[in-house]
Design a protein around this ligand. Structure first.
Ligand SMILES: C[S@@+](CC[C@H](N)C(=O)[O-])C[C@H]1O[C@@H](n2cnc3c(N)ncnc32)[C@H](O)[C@@H]1O
Length: 395
């Protein structure tokens, strides 16, 4: 990921304004960490907002991306880091940035953001979803084979999402949408009863961090909701342990009526890079097909994540506790606070359901408050937590 190492400098020179030859990089604010010397720089570039992180070590400082707000296009990050660095005349000691201005590709129409799904139109009669497509071999194969069906590929790893967007362009495919997000959250934005298949091929087993697993009771519930009657959730795994964990989840009491079918060492028409590795090692592969048997209730996405009349007041600084607060079915954890001058702050927090937490920044000044760069996914759990956050910030 792009970053530069620079000699320490007087960071008070980072001020609002346009940076770079084409003045495309706009600094929105500079926020100082309450617990360290680190600073965040709010950036706007085109229609994207994100943060750069200035990490101050003793002898050298690092200017890099911020994980929570990172944009999909790496070139945009590179450009902004280079623009800020040039604009401030920084003494660069080390850099992994090579800028190719012509390479900044316009947004692909096949790249969708989580917010797009609030009122998105589905231009195909049939829809399948692939969770964690990795190299995209299976997703691209399916989309080529079934041009009349829309494929939504959801992948949390940004470089993989970028690679597949390039392949879509090369292969001139019109029926794939790529979403660079946590599939466990995105699924909640999909309407009920419209999906033909949900593929989960070789999910990371997360033996030591089970809360990060894709398959969970809530994922099962959401999958059965989005699937049409007769539609299937298709799990393929090389992990015996994960296979049994999934079977227990599927056969537990989360969903009353489903069909479950198991296969061992079934060859598919396409072998992903990842699968090829296991086949070489002669590992057993397990498929579990979970069929939706009942029509689900329609999904309403009418949650309002605005902060209404909440604004920055200095009492907020005294009130914030950095210990996680647990409620029935959800939590709220203020992780860090960044001061923007004397009259605004940026709060970093994690919240929502335990197995699908959201990570966000809230921007507050004297006139407004909002989630910086994107709102939480419109789920009931996130909405309940949002109400708690509002209650908390209302001092
Ligand atoms: C082991 S790889 C398998 C990739 C591909 N399905 C295959 O068969 O080659 C697991 C993939 O799932 C992605 N992933 C893990 N958790 C995810 C989540 N919550 N949402 C979306 N993608 C996820 C990872 O980034 C990774 O690309």
């Amino acid at each position: 990921m792009p970053h530069i190492t620079v000699k320490p400098f007087d960071s008070s020179c980072i001020v609002k304004g346009n940076y770079g030859d084409a003045e495309e990089t706009k600094v929105l604010f500079k926020a100082e960490d309450n617990f360290s010397d680190d600073e965040l720089i709010g950036i706007n570039h085109g229609d994207e907002d994100f943060l750069l992180h200035l990490k101050k070590n003793e002898a050298t400082w690092l200017l890099k991306y911020d994980k929570v707000t990172r944009p999909l296009k790496v070139n945009l990050l590179k450009q902004s880091i280079a623009d800020v660095s040039r604009g401030l005349n920084l003494d660069v000691l080390q850099s992994n940035i090579t800028i190719h201005p012509t390479k900044i590709v316009p947004s692909s129409v096949y790249e969708k953001g989580i917010e797009d799904f609030v009122d998105i139109e589905y231009p195909f009669d049939s829809l399948s979803i692939e969770v964690g497509f990795g190299s995209g071999k299976h997703l691209l194969y399916q989309a080529q084979k079934n041009p009349e069906r829309l494929y939504i590929g959801i992948e949390i790893h940004t470089p993989s999402a970028e690679q597949v967007l390039k392949q879509i362009d090369i292969l001139d495919l019109k029926n794939i949408w790529v979403v660079n997000y946590d599939a466990r959250l995105l699924l909640e934005m999909i309407p009920s009863n419209i999906c033909h298949q949900v593929f989960v091929h070789f999910p990371v087993p997360w033996d030591k961090k089970p809360h990060r697993r894709v398959i969970s009771p809530s994922f099962l519930k959401e999958s059965m909701r989005v699937l049409e009657v007769g539609g299937r959730l298709e799990l393929r795994t090389d992990s015996y342990k994960y296979f049994w964990y999934s079977m227990e989840t599927f056969l537990g009491d989360t969903v009353a009526k489903i069909g479950v079918e198991v296969r061992k060492n079934e060859a598919l028409e396409i072998t992903s890079k990842y699968e090829a590795r296991w086949l070489k090692q002669e590992k057993d592969i397990y498929d579990v097909y979970v069929t939706s048997s009942e029509k689900s209730e329609l999904r309403v996405l009418a949650f309002d994540f605005s902060f209404k009349d909440i604004v920055y007041k200095k009492e907020i600084l005294d009130k914030i506790s950095y210990k996680p607060e647990l409620f029935e079915g959800f939590f709220m954890h203020f992780e860090r606070l960044f001061k923007i001058g004397d009259e605004a702050v940026l709060i970093k927090l994690a919240f929502g359901s335990f197995d699908r937490p959201e990570h966000k920044y809230i921007y507050l000044d004297k006139t407004e408050a909002y989630y910086f760069n994107s709102s939480p996914v419109k789920t009931l759990t996130n909405y309940k937590t949002h109400l708690k956050i509002m209650e908390y910030l209302n001092v």
